[in-house]
Design a protein around this ligand. Structure first.
Ligand code: GLU
Length: 245
């Protein structure tokens, strides 16, 4: 089966982000990939008795990386939804995010509706649910500025090439932390349940990952990782793990 093939290879190849603080972030000093997504990959690899290998997976190449067998799993702030379930499988939900906006501290805009009403430019990630959600909210095509990564989107906001960045709050918190003068605003206007992506036809791998996630919820490891990686940015205590939603 698929799990024993990974065990024979000795390596679990995980597609993660390299520029998202708290989830998948390449520490410039050590080169280590840090964050919840990276540590979930480490925990799964550990349970298999193999080494994790991190491959940078940006929003737009997550599904292709699975379909082309470039990685075994995608642990890259990925929303599980019906549309994506047509193409790939997902684990249980390990984090519940929601879409918000990030603006400069002196911006008058408080919400996505303000941005639409003002007709200003909004930056986001190509191939993300955020992109689609912004269109659904009424952001016009000419005002939607898309980038391969969220660090590029934040740079564009700082440079004045757009008036806001909009994606998962969990990503925006890290960008606000990294860049002085940027702040997250408003209520979440979507639900983004994050799951681990797996190529279709690998039911044993999905079951293995779900069992690891259940175990991490039961033994407190999930809450420990939440406190280590997420709480520093949100200030929130670990909620109940959202696994069975
Ligand atoms: N969670 C959303 C998605 O999967 C936005 C974050 C991202 O692009 O990684 O598309």
């Amino acid at each position: 089966d698929n799990v024993s093939m990974i065990q024979e290879a000795g390596t679990l190849r995980c597609g993660v982000k390299f520029d998202v603080l708290g989830f998948g972030f390449r520490n410039p000093e050590t080169g280590d990939i840090e964050g919840l997504d990276a540590d979930l990959c480490r925990a799964i690899a550990d349970s298999m008795g193999v080494e994790p290998e991190f491959v940078e997976a940006i929003s737009a190449n997550r599904i292709p990386f699975l379909q082309e067998d470039r990685v075994d799993i995608i642990s890259s702030t990925m929303t599980r939804n019906e549309e994506r379930l047509q193409e790939i499988d997902f684990s249980k939900i390990y984090y519940l995010a929601g879409q918000k906006i990030l603006v400069k501290s002196d911006s008058p805009h408080q919400s996505v509706d303000d941005l639409v009403a003002a007709g200003v430019k909004v930056c986001s990630g190509q191939g993300s649910t955020s992109e689609t959600n912004l269109r659904d909210k009424g952001v016009e095509e000419g005002n939607l500025v898309l980038f391969a990564t969220y660090s590029e989107a934040a740079q564009a906001l700082l440079d004045g090439r757009c008036d806001a960045v909009s994606t998962d709050d969990s990503i925006l918190f890290g960008l606000a932390q990294q860049n002085e003068g940027l702040e997250v605003r408003g209520e979440a206007f979507t639900e983004e349940p994050l799951g681990i992506g797996i190529k279709k036809g690998k039911e044993d791998l999905v079951a293995f990952i779900d069992a690891v996630l259940d175990q991490m919820a039961a033994n407190g490891r999930w809450a420990e990782l939440y406190d280590m990686h997420i709480k520093p940015y949100t200030g929130d205590e670990a909620p109940e793990p959202p696994l069975d939603m």
